[in-house]
Design a protein around this ligand. Structure first.
Ligand code: SAM
Length: 347
């Protein structure tokens, strides 16, 4: 599916020169554009960086880290707005810092994503220097020209880069930051999974020596699973999640591995225990695709006598999808919102 907002930005990508940055997030998976060697892509999505690098783009996988760029050192920035407001505000704030006087920020998005509000705010920050256009009544782009002076008041990005305490329970406290899935709370489904962990692992012949947290976010499942005394591996596709998880491991003194990967691809190890709260959707791809991909990843990484513990919303037909991959599929709990599913005997 072509994204109309991205389509508006394509000529900007083709024509960018000097020092140019394309800020890309999950919305842009599978959206093709001709390679422009002047551009460095910055993305917080590992899969997108891999995809763009294999297509010939230069990319930097980071949590939208602009610190390598000095003040007023960049000529063009191209950005299709993200879903989350703090991310968008962070990028607009950084753009005003790093752009040279006369350098441009091309910003596009859809009306229901708040693009008009973003353009209004950015226009103020850029001292009124903006050229706006639209391709249909829902899709807008603004090209903002840097006045070269520092902005007096930046947009509220909720202190985007700062790792902070966000939640705690009877056992642990958790560190996270904006840009991470459900960053300022404990996910209810994940809490349910952890409360049922003894029930999940009761069927194992011996205590697990290692576990994999598949799609770890800030590391809630991994941190709680570590209390089983096993070696923990946590993996995610999102750079901010990996930063937060690393900090949580450091503070809780967990000696585990944290690995950037797309659905654990590139991890060769198999585990006796896998914990997973899979994402519903990714960019424009539908939830079914992601559920299937996470199930396949669990199948690839599970030891023959191991178990994979999943939590999903009730409406997700995980049991049906898992049939092709596992012989044992058991719903061990259902609280009216989430269900816990034990998968074993991969075939
Ligand atoms: C529902 S959240 C669960 C987060 C965490 N495990 C928890 O319990 O709070 C799903 C996680 O999957 C990650 N994710 C999405 N797509 C991914 C992919 N292709 N590969 C690996 N992780 C992915 C997201 O970044 C997010 O952290």
């Amino acid at each position: 599916m072509t994204d109309t907002a991205f389509a508006l930005l394509k000529p900007q990508l083709d024509n960018a020169d000097g020092v140019a940055l394309w800020i890309a997030d999950e919305n842009l998976l599978n959206q093709a554009s001709k390679v422009n060697p002047a551009i460095t892509v910055i993305s917080n999505r590992f899969d997108l960086c891999q995809q763009l690098e294999s297509a010939g783009w230069q990319s930097q996988f980071s949590d939208f880290d602009f610190s390598p760029y000095a003040d007023h050192s960049v000529d063009n920035i191209i950005y299709r707005v993200s879903k989350e407001k703090p991310v968008v505000h962070h990028i607009i704030n950084q753009a005003i810092r790093v752009l040279k006087p006369g350098g441009t920020l091309a910003l596009a998005g859809l009306k229901n994503e708040g693009i008009k509000t973003y353009l209004d705010k950015a226009k103020k920050l850029f001292a009124g220097q903006m050229e706006a256009s639209k391709s249909d009544k829902n899709t807008w782009m603004g090209i903002l020209q840097s006045p070269g002076s520092a902005a007096t008041e930046l947009l509220d990005d909720q202190d985007y880069c700062r790792l902070r305490d966000v939640a705690s329970d009877d056992h642990l406290s958790y560190i996270s930051k904006p840009g991470v899935y459900g960053w300022n709370k404990i996910d209810k489904g994940s809490a349910l999974l952890i409360s049922a962990l003894p029930q999940f692992i009761a069927s194992l012949a011996s205590p697990p020596k290692s576990l994999l947290d598949l799609g770890c976010g800030y590391g809630y499942l991994a941190l709680n699973g570590a209390s089983l005394g096993c070696l923990v591996t946590a993996t995610d596709n999102n750079a901010g999640a990996l930063l937060a998880c690393t900090e949580n491991f450091r503070q809780q003194q967990i000696d585990g591995h944290i690995i950037a990967a797309d659905c654990a691809e590139g991890i060769d190890q198999r585990f006796p225990l896998i914990l997973c709260n899979p994402p519903f959707h990714q960019g424009f791809s539908i939830e079914g695709d992601m559920t299937d991909r996470f199930l396949k990843a669990a199948h690839r990484h599970l030891q023959p006598d191991g178990i994979a513990c999943f939590v999903v919303n009730l409406h997700i037909p995980l049991e049906r999808k898992a049939k092709k991959l596992f012989s044992t599929i058991e719903v061990i709990a259902d609280n009216g919102s989430f269900k816990l599913i034990r998968l074993a005997q991969p075939h």
